[in-house]
Design a protein around this ligand. Structure first.
Ligand code: ZN
Length: 72
């Protein structure tokens, strides 16, 4: 449903420089923040607001990768 060469260039919008996405259960999961992006009609919806948060996270700011950025 998603071509491997497309998957290869897709990145998480939260961390486009390094976070890769892996295909998992018909959705795309970010290796970095574990956000889960839905796939609609063969196209991944790479919108943070539309993504599913990993268990234990109530908002984008709860994501481990975002916390790290906010810490000083
Ligand atoms: Zn991510």
């Amino acid at each position: 449903m998603i071509r491997p060469d497309l998957l290869e260039i897709l990145r998480c919008p939260l961390n486009p420089s390094k976070a890769r996405l892996v295909l998992e259960d018909e959705s795309l999961r970010c290796e970095q923040c574990s956000l889960r992006f839905h796939i609609k009609d063969g196209f991944p919806i790479l919108v943070v607001e539309e993504a599913e948060l990993p268990p234990g996270c109530e908002s984008i700011r709860d994501l481990p990768c975002q916390k790290k950025n906010n810490e000083r």
